[in-house]
Unconditional design. Structure first.
Length: 276
């Protein structure tokens, strides 16, 4: 496996991780981001997560919250979704005081953070909410040209009765149903277009649909273009089980060996909703 060597090369030139800074250091690092354009802020913010350990669902609604008392913000653990969410919040917040409110807007639909209003599902929740709020925009057709096509996730109560749907333990009134579209670049055409993927764009791995599944998206990360190669910056469960920069072809080759068939990727640009 090539992940560990790639990680070592990346970490050799990266700044201290967020988890290794004290509060004063994190405040200063956050202030330093403001001089960069948005793509640069995304790359710099996510770069400080390189080497951060992977942890399943490390964020929750805070101490005493039921059913998830994990912190609403943390630096020592990320999974693939919270790496993206925290990097976005760091890139978009004006200062340290705005960081948690921005993160809450990304993670929750409305009002006070709660387990029921969290954007648990990617197509039916996270993408819908964050596109509607102006935080993300589907650019799959922009970068994929005629190779891009329309993807869709049809979510019914059969999906909520499946293993993952049941595990979320959401009340029936929170069972979102419907057809949710997104741009899809077939997996065989991804590398042909990879050089045109913008720095800081979100890449979502899309797999075969099934009526008992609540999502088709199994993983996501941020695009990094470096030295003529395209990397995915993501939190991986594979060794070394931490945030890495992995060459995109290598990443896709591995995921295509897994039983749940990969059919393509969806590309989304991060936006600042305050900028027209």
């Amino acid at each position: 496996m090539l992940v560990a060597p790639l990680l070592a090369l990346t970490l050799a030139s990266t700044p201290p991780r967020w988890m290794d800074l004290d509060e004063r250091g994190r405040t200063a690092a956050l202030a330093d981001l403001r001089a960069l354009p948005l793509a640069g802020r995304l790359l710099r913010a996510s770069e400080r997560f390189l080497g951060t350990p992977y942890g399943t669902s490390p964020l929750g609604e805070g101490e005493g919250a039921i059913p998830d008392a994990d912190p609403r913000l943390r630096w020592d653990l990320v999974d693939c979704v919270t790496l993206v969410e925290e990097s976005m919040a760091l890139a978009l917040a004006n200062d340290a005081f705005a960081l948690l409110p921005v993160l809450d807007r990304i993670r929750y639909r409305a009002g006070a953070p709660s387990y029921a209003t969290r954007n648990h599902l990617m197509e039916a929740g996270w993408l819908q909410a964050n596109a509607g709020a102006g935080f993300v925009r589907d650019i799959t057709r922009d970068v994929g040209g005629p190779d891009a096509r329309e993807g869709v996730k049809v979510l019914t109560e059969q999906g909520w009765a499946g293993e993952v749907g049941r595990s979320l333990a959401l009340p029936a009134e929170e069972h979102i149903t419907g057809a949710f579209g997104f741009g899809l670049l077939p997996v065989d055409r991804v590398l042909a277009h990879a050089a045109s993927f913008p720095d800081g764009a979100l890449l979502l791995v899309v797999r075969e649909d099934g009526p008992d599944r609540v999502t088709r998206v199994s993983h996501l990360g941020l695009i990094v273009q470096r030295a003529g190669l395209t990397y995915l910056r993501h939190a991986t469960t594979r060794s070394p089980a931490q945030v890495v920069d992995e060459e995109l072809g290598h990443f896709l080759a591995y995921h295509r060996t897994l039983p749940w068939k990969v059919v393509g990727v969806s590309l989304w640009a991060v936006q600042d909703p305050r900028v027209p």
